[in-house]
Design a protein around this ligand. Structure first.
Ligand SMILES: C[S@@+](CC[C@H](N)C(=O)[O-])C[C@H]1O[C@@H](n2cnc3c(N)ncnc32)[C@H](O)[C@@H]1O
Length: 228
């Protein structure tokens, strides 16, 4: 633990063991890199997710693989803590959680080091679970487990919004997907671009998801809900 000059304590947060690709090494520069990956359309992309999520002020919301917490903080702005509204971002990379807490933490915008495949929350805790660009970081069995955990921790009727790499819809999308899969040597991307996510959501208990938006020819935004 280190102590900053004004007395606030900076905790070193240990990462959580997982077979997912965690991004501890990228945490200090992630906020500069992500807008580039999203072709400077990050704000528009995040806003799409929030509009699909359409949170009520009193909702409790979970973000899987939250990174540095940009989306969580935008969601938090729509919530009213005095009505019980809160958002929790989890990420297995301790360094991501350190940055998220420091830059975007608030009493109703919390960040925890946790693996999405093993959530430390009770059943039926959340009104909505959201996830952006997380599932292409974990192998097939962890994609399955993470969706099962999302289902378990959602309240009946709770929403699931997943934005991630999926079957490419344009030539550029195809090129970016396949180059990323081989450049980063990431078979988990290969699973996504073969189109596994909707079936895994159904396997976890969700109705077949709707495609609500597509970005850059390689990111699809899915929405579904846990049955009542
Ligand atoms: C590409 S980043 C996405 C971050 C953020 N959601 C966004 O849209 O910018 C993927 C994140 O998933 C995290 N991650 C990888 N495996 C994980 C796991 N098993 N559980 C939770 N987070 C994990 C990584 O550390 C990384 O921060």
């Amino acid at each position: 633990m280190s102590t900053r000059s004004h007395g606030v304590q900076d905790m070193t947060i240990p990462s959580i063991p997982t077979r997912g690709r965690t991004l501890d090494y990228a945490a200090p520069v992630y906020d500069f890199l992500e807008p580039l990956f999203l072709l400077m359309k990050q704000a528009e992309y995040d806003l799409t997710l929030i509009n699909v999520l359409d949170p009520r002020p009193s909702d409790t919301i979970l973000d899987l693989g939250c990174g540095t917490g940009v989306l969580c903080r935008m969601i938090a702005e729509r919530l009213q803590p005095e009505l019980g509204g809160s958002v929790t971002g989890i990420d297995a990379a301790g360094k991501m959680i350190e940055v998220a807490r420091k830059k975007r933490g608030a009493p109703h915008c919390r960040f925890e080091a946790m693996a999405a495949e093993h959530l430390l929350f009770d059943d039926e805790t959340f009104d909505a679970v959201v996830s952006s660009l997380f599932f292409h970081h974990v192998p097939l069995d962890l994609k399955k487990l993470s969706l099962q955990e999302a289902f378990r921790t959602l309240k009946p009727g709770g929403k699931l919004i997943v934005a991630d790499m999926h079957k490419p819809t344009t030539f550029m999308g195809w090129l970016v997907s396949h180059v990323s899969r081989w450049f980063f040597m990431q078979p988990q991307i290969g699973e996504n671009i073969r189109g596994v996510l909707p079936d895994l959501m159904v396997e976890a208990g969700f109705p077949p998801p709707r495609t609500v938006a597509q970005y850059f020819g390689y990111i699809t935004v899915f929405a579904t809900s846990k049955p009542q």
